[in-house]
Design a protein around this ligand. Sequence first.
Ligand SMILES: [Fe+2]
Length: 137
Amino acid sequence: MYSPKKLYWEDGLKTGDPNIDFQHKYLFDTFNKLGDAIIRDQGKDNINTIIERLKFYAEWHFGKEEKCMDDHQCPIAEKNKSAHAFFLDMLNKYYEEYNQAGGSTELAIKIHETLSDWFLNHVLKTDTNLYPCIHKR
Ligand SMILES: [Fe+2]
C-alpha cells in the first residue's frame, strides 16, 4: 500500500514574503490532499480535480513569485523562471498521460511522489534565496 510522504511547512522554508509563504503552504496542502485521495482510492475524477487545482494554482503562484524576485533583483530570478517552466511542463505531461491511461493508480503515485519531492526541494533550495534579497540593507 502507498504511504505518501506528507509535506510540512517549517520556518526554514520562509521566503521573507508572507504572501508567497502562504501560497507555498496552500500548495503543500494540495499535494497532501492528492496523496490522501490516492490512498483512499477516491477515483480518477477526484484525482483529476486535485491535479487541475495544482496546475492552475501553481501557474498563478509562479507568476507572483517571479515578479517578487524581479522586484527585489534576486540573482536567481531567471533560474527560478526556468525551473517553474520545467515543473509546469512536467505537470501538464503527467496530466495528459494520466488521462490517456484512464486514471492508473500506479501513475497517480508516481505523479504525487515526483511532483511533491520536486516542489519541496525547489522551495528549499531556490525560493528561500528570496529571503536575503528582501531583507538586504
Ligand atoms: Fe520558485
